[in-house]
Structure formats: C-alpha cells, structure tokens
Design a binder for this molecule. Structure first.
Ligand SMILES: [Zn+2]
Length: 131
C-alpha cells in the first residue's frame, strides 16, 4: 500500500529520486543525504544546521560514539580522549599530519559531537565533547 502523502522528489544534484522528506534543504536546492555529505566534505565549523543534520544522518545509520568514523578520525579521537584534550599542534605532531588536513578531521569530529574546542590558559584545546 502506497502512502499517498509520500511525495517523491529528485535530488537537485544527482537527480536520483527520494521521498521528499529525506531531502535536505541546502542553499535553495534540495539534495539527498549522499550529496549533502559530499558537499560537506569540507564543512564550515559551528554551523548548527550541519550539526543537526549530521546527527540525524548518524542516528539513521545507527551510528553511535566513534563508530562510522575513518580510522584516522578514530585514532585522533582516541588520542584526544586518552589525554583529556590536546592542542592542534600536539595532534599534528603525534599524527604527522598537516594542520590543514587535521582541521578537516576536527570538523567532522565536531559535527559528530565527539569533540569540541576549549579555551585554556595556554591555548585552545580539542577536548572530548562530554567534558
Ligand atoms: Zn543526490
């Protein structure tokens, strides 16, 4: 039985069809979750809508904690947790990774609400979100 209220719409980017309610409004167009994630491979920091949709995506995918992260994201997250917080420089040194690349990983960890920035006397630390 088909629910009459279920509208099918095309994703503005990949043009595949999805239930209208599954599309995400983004800058005036409506795109699917896949395109949304791709568009946000380099996501802006502290964008409340992005945090919310990422959370929804993770909930839908049944992901909790650090599941669903790449290996390097997991390692960075575990390092931060084990130290109770670390600066960007410490993390860059530990993982031998350019800061630019790290920022990208932080952005994803932040959007999954696993870590957050915290200002301390000697600088800004990346700390576990629940702290
Ligand atoms: Zn799409």
């Amino acid at each position: 039985m088909v629910d009459e209220k279920e509208e099918i719409q095309k994703c503005d980017r990949c043009e595949r069809e999805f239930p209208a309610e599954d599309l995400i409004e983004e800058g005036g167009s409506r795109i699917c979750e896949n395109c949304y994630i791709n568009a946000h491979a380099r996501i802006k920091v502290c964008d409340p809508w992005a945090v919310r949709s990422k959370k929804i995506l993770r909930e839908r995918a049944g992901l909790v904690g650090s599941e669903g992260l790449t290996d390097s994201q997991k390692e960075i997250y575990e390092f931060i947790v084990s130290k109770g917080g670390a600066t960007r420089d410490e993390i860059a040194k530990r993982f031998d990774m350019p800061l630019e690349e790290l920022e990208n990983e932080f952005a994803i960890l932040r959007h999954c609400e696993l870590v957050k920035g915290q200002k301390r006397n000697d600088g800004v630390y990346i700390v576990p979100f629940e702290d």
